[in-house]
Write a protein that binds this ligand. Structure first.
Ligand code: AMP
Ligand code: GLY
Length: 430
């Protein structure tokens, strides 16, 4: 069958790499893709939110399965667009409709959903510009630090962790009155701070049944030992050893099951991935956020551990057949190290020539912000590429990732040197 993946990052290159291995896949397309996706698929020059162009491409190329990488087209209603068109309705589509995508598109919606269905999460209240005074008074009753969250999508920047009451008040005013994050901060959540270790759990569901994919830990800050500004993610490992079997059982019982049940009860059809960002507080799981897609760079460590034909699983999710699906997870450990452009996550340079890719022997090179230019591959984004390693131990997986990274070069290339080190330290302690 012909398959289309939407997106252009490392997540989409990894999905394409895996889907291309399926015997069921005849022609694989990625829109818009990157220099890496051209190695396993054909790139199509269509933007992920150009619904009409996507629909036409799907019809003209007899696409039978569409897999949506990023949240933006889902929040904007790409699935609803397909469902409202008689020609597109029958195409298997992985990703929720606009209503389900609110789990990520509105933090206020997802908080109400969790509260309604008894899913453990940080306590919070929401405020708009109208009730700014209530909001400011409420801040005085909270313990520090205080977490402020813009309700809408804010390119991963809408969360501020305030260490003082003054900072919290100024930030709340900037978000509500000066629209620091535009429309996204018209509503702001004031949330209790959860002190613990983060872990990401991924579920693929058809709205009734689900499978749980391998969990992962990502490294969000730009600097080593988790310092400096947040990024899209500088590396990831899977599994996360502190999330042991007992913890994952609690996650399934208290979070995954009630989430799927809640979607059913609230009459929200949902076919696609749910990425649950969790905080483990004294070994008890709390939801920090839902995302309606896979994580990036978590996909780079999760997908290589799935032994199944991914097309089978994706089709089962799209066609209500997950009850008979079983996931087989490779017990080996994966790591990925992301290399970024100079300046990232602030403004960064582009167009630098990348060398050494052909010298990487063992690692899997995953492209993100790259562009092919005649015989050269150039940097074309903040996060440029990652190298995934897989081995029996985390030490060996990381050695493969870093060995790969060390063969690659461009002007201003930067990566964190401490990916996975915290987990190795936990191993030593236990
Ligand atoms: P989000 O955009 O919701 O993923 O939040 C970004 C990051 O802020 C998360 O990955 C956490 O590290 C942190 N964060 C969000 N909410 C909380 C919370 N209630 N307590 C502690 N940290 C949080
Ligand atoms: N790595 C975090 C995300 O994909 O949102």
């Amino acid at each position: 069958m012909n398959i289309l993946i939407l997106g252009s990052g490392g997540r989409e290159h990894t999905l394409a790499w895996k889907i291309a291995q399926s015997e069921k896949c005849s022609n694989l397309y990625v829109a818009p893709g990157n220099a890496g996706t051209t190695q396993v698929a054909q790139n199509v020059n269509i933007k992920v939110d150009d619904f009409a162009a996507i629909g036409n491409f799907v019809l003209e190329n007899s696409i039978e399965l569409v897999v949506v990488g990023p949240e933006d087209p889902l929040v904007k209603g790409l699935r609803d667009y397909f469902e409202s068109d008689s020609g597109l309705r029958e195409v298997a589509f992985v990703g929720p409709g606009k209503k389900g995508a609110q789990l990520e598109g509105s933090k206020n919606f997802s908080k109400q959903f969790m509260d309604k269905h008894g899913i453990p999460t940080a306590k919070s209240r929401s405020f708009t510009a109208k009730d700014i005074n209530d909001g400011l008074n409420y801040l005085d009753t909270c313990n520090l630090p205080i977490v402020l969250k813009a309700d809408g999508l804010a390119a991963g920047k809408g969360v501020i962790i305030c260490e003082s009451y003054q900072e919290a008040k100024e930030s709340l005013k900037a978000m509500l009155l000066e629209q620091q994050f535009g429309e996204a901060s018209e509503t702001v959540l004031v949330e209790e701070f959860l002190d613990g270790i983060e872990v990401s759990v991924f579920v693929l569901t058809d709205g009734k049944d689900y499978i749980v994919l391998p969990e992962a830990k990502d490294y969000k800050r730009i600097g080593e030992r988790d310092t400096g500004p947040n990024t899209g993610g500088m590396g990831a490992v899977s599994p996360a050893n502190f999330a042991n079997e007992e913890f994952l059982k609690k996650v399934e019982k208290r979070i995954i099951k009630p989430t799927i049940e809640g979607l059913k009860k609230d009459d929200i059809p949902y076919k696609g991935f749910i990425f649950i960002g969790l905080m483990s507080v004294n070994d008890e799981p709390y939801v920090i956020e839902y995302n309606v897609r896979m994580g990036d760079p978590e996909t780079q460590v999760v997908i290589p551990r799935i032994e199944n034909d991914l097309v089978d699983l994706l089709l089962a999710a799209a066609k209500d057949k997950l009850s008979s699906a079983k996931i087989n997870i490779d017990p080996q450990v994966t790591s990925t190290v992301v290399a970024v452009s100079k300046g990232y996550p602030g403004s960064y340079e582009k167009g630098k020539s990348i060398s050494g890719l052909a010298d990487v022997r063992d690692g899997l090179i995953i492209h993100a912000g790259t562009k092919a230019d005649k015989h050269k591959i150039l940097t074309n984004g903040g996060r440029v590429l990652a190298v995934t390693g897989k081995a029996d131990t985390l030490e060996d997986a990381l050695a493969i990732s870093y060995n790969g990274i060390d063969h690659i070069h461009w002007d201003g290339m930067y990566c964190r040197r401490d990916i996975g080190k915290d987990i190795l330290a936990l191993h030593l302690d236990s």
